[in-house]
Design a protein around this ligand. Sequence first.
Ligand code: PMP
Length: 357
Amino acid sequence: MKAWEKNIRKVVPYVPGEQPKVDDIVKLNTNENPYPPAKGVSRALLEFDSNELKLYPDPTIEELKSTLAEYYGVNVNEVFVGVGSDDVLAMAFLTFFNSDKPILFPDITYSFYPVWADLYKIPYECPKLDENFMMVKEDYYKENGGIIFPNPNAPTAICNDLGFIEDIVKNNQESVVIVDEAYVDFGGESAIELTKKYENLLVVQTFSKSRSMAGMRIGYAIGSKDLIKAMEDVKYSFNSYTMNMTAIKSGVEAVKDDEYFKETKKKIVTTRENTAKSLKALGFDMTDSKANFLFVTHKKYAARDIYEYLRTKHIFVRYFNLPRIDNYLRITIGTDEQMEKLIKALEEYCEKAVSTS
Ligand code: PMP
């Protein structure tokens, strides 16, 4: 080992879902939205004058923050914006999880949480979801250095109601509780309302799923002005110019087009329900999804085999080789046409499996 190597920070990084470089695939593996962003987004990008790029962008991100504040009925100083919700969550871990006591998050959840905890040397404990993949709220009533969980949870797709969230926040007034609402727009109830009542609650959302803008990288957090000020201080101690000019302008346009937003969400939810029915008819079981993906297992066939078969048909879904969920697949909801291709391939798989058994 070279002398300087001992000073290197060693981390086991998060592994993002695969982004295959081929065109003719049905991509249902990373929970992207199959529909384009609102029309105003492409207009803003076409009209953008590259001459503006010679200056730094607005470090306060005022225009996007105030658009979001107006949309959610909160004050501008209760909104934080970052480069995707991963950036917002990373900032929130760094800002709020600064105790010797362990932070708490479920054993089955977004796999980035333990990576940030390790990166920042934050101790953590992972209460087990029950046998139906439900969070047990009493598990979060013990002493802790903070709490984070997604609602709906990922990859289970299960959503808790606001009463459940409020109980956790109410019982943890000495910690910051972060609710990661990456998927909330597809049928969940947002906890943003509760941020008016509890100043220790931070709600994080993203433009990557319901607003079809994963490629633009915009995420935000809503919480009391004290929480947001603390995050801003950490942000300015790290990188002041986080949001580029095109992200700010196109983000504003996306929020303004509420009609398109609602229409797109509705299409995904309808496709989700139809896909769930078809999958059940093929012998799949699944959780009650309130997200833009389904978390499914087959009564007879192994998830890994199905995953590999689908890949040979150029259909990509997500398989997690992890304890308790290694017989499940996470399937993103695409267009009706994409889901028909998936169902057809699965019908073929089941027929073949029957004829060879
Ligand atoms: N939270 C959860 C639960 C997610 O699944 C994801 C998507 N990988 C994110 C946050 C981050 O999304 P983004 O950075 O694109 O906003």
